[in-house]
Design a protein around this ligand. Structure first.
Ligand code: NAG
Ligand code: NAG
Ligand code: NAG
Ligand code: NAG
Ligand code: NAG
Ligand code: NAG
Ligand code: NAG
Ligand code: NAG
Length: 677
């Protein structure tokens, strides 16, 4: 055990002056993890001799590490210190792993610069990992470290994320936060990016605008604490950390020897993630980085207002010039090319949404020149064509939307893009767009099974489609509820769909429901002069308050969804046309009548009799009526609706919800549209 006592460092002792012979001896003799102190400082990186292992797309570009490659659609890059660091210094006497981990301190300077400020951000991670290629890591998202599986797996991987994007499905608070990730993209803890100043006030810091950010991480292996501090370069190290994570669970994510470094990834949007300098020590405080002459990065538009060192100025100047030149050239070329083929100008605003743009030529080719054979339908907003992208044979649906003003199109694009990564399994994915004159072509994923209305009503048009059984119908309602809940609650801003109806619900290849056309209705309401605002939506699905207020809200979406629930459960259209106009009957009134008589289940679709439990059907119909409550305040939220659908059993609805239903019973049974005076 003499060796072991040599290997165990007394606290505070320094190892550097070890005689080389002893070091060599220890290296040769010891097969156990060695505990040589690691202490390094890179104030810049040398491209011929970077000093770190660059993995996949990471590279050194004029003295800084660039983690991803802009020209690849999917890119991931990692930079690791070449040797592992020792995290568990001594196995304990009885063979089990020692409970004491090593401590370390590190600091680094990074810059995250998106090409388009509003594009979804990606960020970067400082990482401790047992592997340089963590198994299951996606090349596109999640920092290039994690899988998309939401179930955390206990494995030695611990990351500190500097996240400039928001994944609401993983509870990200915003687009500018730091977090502790324990082998899971869903952070164990997050804090807004910023620092505490000398008087203890929190100063928010934007980490995703390209400015150089200084970060400090202290890992206390004895008490199992991770402190993270961030501040813009130039601010002295704040004394209070931004984030303190203290949890014994940390030990489960640390192996005996770990690689230490950085990782980042991206999809089609360009975001330059740079590591400018890095200092690390596992025997005390990491050496100070000299931040005086670090390069500065920014987008070309703001470069003129920057002042800095002479070198920084030159670097920015050159970069800006090159980018402007390239951009200008591209713009010029594009404009000429488009003038030739489309005789149409590209508006400045369109450049912002460029990454998703399809060329008109490509879409013409994909749809056989918009031939009638490819026509899938023509709805309220325009014609929809089926197409196949020539490049990768993907099937798409192209919706042609006509609009009288470019302004309306622009606002619509802003809405779609500000929502950023609007992606959910229950939404029809928008793949991109193309504008030709006042026509906007929206490219969606193709849904092979068409829309829900073709499977629940019998009419001459859909005789060929088989009816959906109750199980499928319930599943589709649950799917759509989830999709709509995501629009309402998945983002900082509430996205109101405005036109929910069964013909806007599409069925994918597995007959699962997906909501289409979100936001489109808004395009049309924008078009109107405010004083004459037209109510947008579809008759039969419109909430009564829209007649007086004309402002769509999430509650009016809930109303429309309630109508869809009733349609699907009853197999009847929202308005049954009679011979005379007076014979028209609203489905809601029909169901309300049954409800008032205390036998609401009799409203259910006869053709699926026997497939459902009476209690379950009763719950679904009551839920539909509750969603259609005349008072928007008393409708349930989509969150509550989802909880009911996704919950164990509809029959065992939460007591408070049933209570609310009962309380609203009078109004449910009151029938008709209640006009407020
Ligand atoms: C980079 O490393 C190479 C090889 O080690 C060396 O010759 C060169 O001087 C270094 N460059 C800088 C800028 O330090
Ligand atoms: C980025 O990737 C492309 C294609 O994969 C490659 O040709 C190019 O050299 C890469 N760029 C850099 C700067 O590494
Ligand atoms: C042996 O392991 C147990 C539990 O892992 C620990 O509590 C105990 O202190 C260890 N004994 C020695 C002598 O290290
Ligand atoms: C860490 O990696 C090493 C080498 O790849 C492997 O032998 C070991 O099992 C890994 N440790 C854990 C806890 O997975
Ligand atoms: C994870 O990604 C893989 C491949 O991209 C995909 O097949 C799988 O469905 C995804 N899983 C989840 C839960 O999103
Ligand atoms: C610290 O921050 C708070 C709030 O951000 C601010 O009001 C205060 O003036 C700051 N104090 C100093 C010393 O900068
Ligand atoms: C972490 O921060 C707390 C204050 O929040 C401090 O008490 C503690 O000493 C710090 N630990 C390390 C390892 O820096
Ligand atoms: C930092 O670097 C600059 C030159 O790049 C030098 O003048 C200055 O003395 C350095 N500061 C420290 C504290 O080493």
């Amino acid at each position: 055990m003499a060796l072991k006592s040599l290997l165990l460092r007394p606290p505070g002792a320094t190892m550097t002056p070890q005689p080389p012979v002893l070091l060599l001896f220890l290296l040769l003799v010891s097969t156990q993890p060695c505990s040589f102190a690691l202490d390094f400082l890179f104030n810049s990186f040398n491209s011929t001799n970077p000093g770190v292992d660059l993995i996949q797309d990471a590279r050194v570009d004029s003295s800084v590490i660039r983690l991803t490659n802009d020209s690849n659609q999917y890119s991931l890059g990692r930079a690791f210190y070449p040797t592992r660091i020792n995290m568990r210094s001594s196995p304990s006497q009885n063979g089990t792993a020692s409970s004491t981990l090593s401590s370390f301190s590190t600091s680094f300077v990074f810059s995250i610069l998106p090409q388009i400020a509003s594009s979804p951000g990606f960020g970067l991670c400082f990482v401790l990992s047992n592997w340089t290629n963590p198994p299951g890591a996606l090349a596109s998202q999640y920092f290039g470290l994690f899988t998309n599986a939401t179930v955390p797996v206990q494995a030695p991987l611990l990351a500190v994320e500097f996240d400039t994007g928001q994944n609401p499905e993983f509870n990200d608070p915003n687009r500018n936060h730091i977090g502790i990730d324990l082998n899971n993209i869903e952070s164990a803890m997050t804090e807004d990016a910023g620092y505490y100043n000398s008087s203890g006030g929190f100063v928010p810091v934007s980490i995703g605008n390209g400015q150089n950010i200084h970060a400090w991480i202290d890992f206390d292996g004895v008490d199992l604490v991770i402190n993270v501090t961030v501040a813009p370069v130039g601010i002295p190290r704040p004394s209070l950390p931004t984030l303190t994570f203290k949890d014994p669970v940390i030990a489960n994510y640390v192996s005996a020897d770990m690689f230490v470094g950085f990782s980042a990834s991206k999809t089609q949007w360009v975001e330059a993630q740079r590591i400018l300098a890095w200092s690390f020590s596992d025997r005390g405080v990491a050496k100070d980085i000299n931040v005086t002459n670090l390069p500065v990065f920014s987008l070309p538009s703001s470069s003129s207002s920057l002042s800095g060192g002479a070198i920084a100025g030159i670097v920015i100047g050159c970069v800006a010039f090159l980018i402007l030149f390239g951009f200008g050239f591209y713009w010029f070329w594009r404009q000429n090319k488009l003038k030739d083929e489309e005789e149409d100008d590209i508006e400045d605003w369109e450049l912002e949404y460029w990454p998703h743009r399809f060329s008109y030529e490509e879409l013409t080719q994909a749809t056989n020149g918009f031939s009638n054979d490819q026509l899938l339908g023509s709805g309220g907003f325009g014609k929809v064509y089926k197409g196949t992208l020539p490049s990768n044979k993907t099937e798409i649906a192209v919706k042609c939307v006509n609009h009288d003003s470019k302004q309306g199109l622009r606002e619509f694009m802003a809405e779609i893009s500000s929502i950023g990564r609007l992606q959910h399994k229950n939404l029809v994915q928008l793949r991109g767009w193309c504008r030709k004159s006042n026509e906007l072509l929206l490219v969606y994923d193709y849904m092979p099974n068409g829309s829900l209305d073709r499977y629940i009503f019998t009419s001459s048009r859909n005789r060929s489609n088989k009816l959906l059984n109750w199980q499928q119908r319930r599943q589709i309602l649950a799917d759509v509820a989830e999709g709509l809940n995501y629009l309402h609650n998945g983002w900082d801003q509430v996205v109101v769909h405005r036109d929910i109806k069964s013909s806007n619900i599409l069925l994918d290849s597995d007959m699962r429901g997906r909501l289409g056309d979100f936001g489109l209705a808004k395009l049309y309401s924008h078009n109107e002069v405010p004083s004459t605002t037209r109510v947008v939506g579809t008759l039969g699905y419109l909430a009564p308050e829209l007649a007086t207020m004309a402002v769509a809200t999430s509650a009016s979406d809930v109303y429309s969804f309630g109508v869809v629930i009733l349609e699907v459960a009853c197999g009847r259209r929202p308005i049954e046309m009679g011979k005379e106009e007076e014979d028209d009957r609203l489905l809601i009134d029909v169901v309300r009548d049954f409800y008032a008589k205390g036998k609401v289940v009799e409203a259910a679709d006869e053709r699926i009799k026997g497939e459902y439990g009476a209690e379950e059907m009763e719950m679904v119909l009551k839920l539909g009526l509750a969603c259609c409550h005349p008072d928007p305040q008393r409708r349930p939220s989509m969150r509550e609706v989802v909880a009911l659908f996704v919950g164990e059993d509809l029959e065992v609805a939460p007591a408070e919800f049933l209570g609310a239903l009962a309380a609203g019973g009078d109004a449910i049974g009151a029938g008709g549209v209640v006009a407020q005076t």
